[in-house]
Write a protein that binds this ligand. Sequence first.
Ligand code: ATP
Length: 443
Amino acid sequence: MADGESNGLHLELAPFGLEHIYDYEPDGHHPVHLGDVYGNNARYRVIHKLGSGGFATVWLCRDTEAKGATKYVALKILMAETSSDDCPELRVNQLKDAHSQHANEDNGVVFICLPLDHFKIHGPNGDHISFVYPVLGPNVSLSLFRASADPDNDLRSLGLQVSKAVKFLHRQGICHGDITPNNVLHRTTGLDGLNEDEVLKILGSPVVNTVLNASQERHHGSTAPDYLVYPVNWCDVGTQFISKESCLIDFGESFEISQPPDDLGIPGPYRSPELILDKKASFGSDIWALGCSLFEIRTGRKLFSPFEDEDSEYLDAFVQVLGRLPEPWWSTTWEDRRRRYKDEVDEQGLVVAALASEPGNDDQGKKERTVHPSVAANARSLKDKIAPGLWYMSGRRPNGDRHRDISQTEQKVFAELLRRLLEYKPEARISTEDAINHEWFRL
Ligand SMILES: Nc1ncnc2c1ncn2[C@@H]1O[C@H](COP(=O)(O)OP(=O)(O)OP(=O)(O)O)[C@@H](O)[C@H]1O
């Protein structure tokens, strides 16, 4: 029941899907309650929660100054400690300017979530930079699969939209730094113009989780809210409100190409080899993450998802599918390699396990053949990885998994695109400019 003890507070109900209660302290999250108002002239009134991440909470608000029809917006409130005047998320303002200069071009900016407004909130935990964004829906997920008459085409189209968004960013000299399917959300449609009751009927009424102190009583401090709010559950929202158009969010890891950071907070499955081995971030690391994301969008599965979330396990997963790493990574930089793999590859160019018990060894492979068919456990190429097709796992309903084959032709063409996005050396990877002209997007 308890969810973090550091500020002495805990939650009455399960903490799943909620921000950490211990992040409600000085420099942390701003405490928000339903009905609160923010912005100039108290313009934005909170009516629901849309989500939270490691650095922010995101709220559904009614824009009370909208003329004519009702209008809803998403209010993203950054933690105070990430609200510096040079915080990466402010880069979206720069993109907004670039957008107004190139408004009429088909340049991918429509697939980037640009702010409508921004301001600071002064609260008990500090000053919080806050952005007003359009209200977006779920990340690329079952929703589309549920609704689509032609999921193959729709998923490729989503892939093209993300690629175009990244192309636009790179043209502006900006790397996103955190390209993952979690940061690609569907746009919503049909909410503006409805009254608040109607919107809550569609999205579900907010459910709250009371914050308690060590004596199991409601707390009375100012740094935490009285309750946390569970976010909208998009699985229960009618697909007619979820558009087939997508939008890239979260610029919290973004950087100018001229000033790359020493590392990125991007999750393991999307980290490129040069990020892991040389701590180098560049356009190339975005392209690698785009390749992993396109695979996941199209197949519903992660391309690289070792059992343990550790660098060496990811490198292992790469060489199983993509072959030996180039030098000096293979012989020098990846210290654990010699323990795992022989120096030489086999006659087909595949890596050879050094020990009988290591991944890549056939005996190990045989044991793994009993796993779920969506897991291409013995895949030794990108085509092998794609071969199990599109899978959506439903943790919610028994037998709720959904499957769809991917044609042999598409497997071959898609593997060819991924191979070019996932070249080991970042400078050898295809640019987004060339990627969007690839045959896969025209199937
Ligand atoms: N404009 C939006 N409309 C609807 N929901 C949104 C919007 N922006 C963000 N969200 C939801 O809020 C969650 C957190 O947002 P975001 O990823 O931008 O926060 P963060 O703290 O910067 O994230 P992270 O820890 O993932 O880097 C998202 O995963 C998404 O579910």
